[in-house]
Write a protein that binds this ligand. Sequence first.
Ligand code: PEP
Ligand code: MN
Length: 358
Amino acid sequence: MPTRSLQDIVPLHDLGEPLIIAGPCSAESEQQTLDAARALSAIGVKVFRAGIWKPRTMPGGFEGVGDAGLTWLRRVKQETGMTIATEVATVDHVHAALDAGVDVLWIGARTTANTFAMQDIADVLHGNDKVIVLVKNPLNPDLDLWLGALQRLAYAGVTRLGAVHRGFSSAGAHFYRNDPQWHIPFELRRCVPELTILCDPSHIGGKREFVKSLSQQALDMGFDGLMIESHCNPDQALSDSAQQITPNDLKKLLGNLVIRSGVPIEDELALLRQQIDDCDRDLLAVLARRMGVSREIGSFKKAHNLRIVQPARYQSVINERIKLASALGLPSEFVKQVMEAIHAESVRQQLDINNTSE
Ligand code: PEP
Ligand code: MN
């Protein structure tokens, strides 16, 4: 008799301590999978993740080992007693994973946005109240797509549902691989208070040096747990090599996490400050890109013996930007000052190039 609503969702764990899921981005070989699982089990990780069907943006990359990996995951479960998790994107994946005894299925960011695939997966899971299904946010920052995917599963009677925040793709330079836009998972929390929401700092950060601080931030903001990519030899990993950390580093990270209680996720001020932090990171990344282009122009001017400051061009840049700014509702005087400061630094950098002898 399914057709339940998201309000019937039950939390996936008792909220005493964060739920930790860890494992390699991909299962690459039986040995690599078992090595990672044994090392992670030894540091107390209870839920093991490994992708075997890998959605890749470009063809020709490592697309996962496919069904063969299910046997390895089953071995992990038998040997270590860990709960096993993998990504599914099609009905065939769901059947194969359930047949192999996979306990946790996660829906990847590329699939969450695919309403037909989501409905097919929901249909095949109809009435299944045993398997845990985690839905990652869609690639684009659209809360309704995320909620819709969760609803399709809830309406089919899947009650053991959770969400994973992995950040949003965006064009252009960004500090992190995927823009966190924290207000979106906060809004999800507001809409479905009982839903377990995990954070995936590996895919947000994209580089291993960000994983620790993002993990702490996520817990401070009230996420219920973390999904972290961990590989025994991250530099050799066949996918997402830059963001994976060793089980030993994960042990240190988990040991140093500060668990604060009662930090309300809806804390308005924290939410707004996170948005400011995101904007500042973007601003700085764009500024750095602009200075790079400016230095290239500097080299061109030097090679062609051109003057650095060309007043007509400078005037037209300032005028154009003021027009643009007023269309965006920004005060002209403020934008003029910002553009003048940026221009002054550009000139300084181009002078540097002129004064450097090759
Ligand atoms: C992954 O978890 O390895 C993965 C492919 O994630 P996402 O769907 O977030 O890109
Ligand atoms: Mn990955």
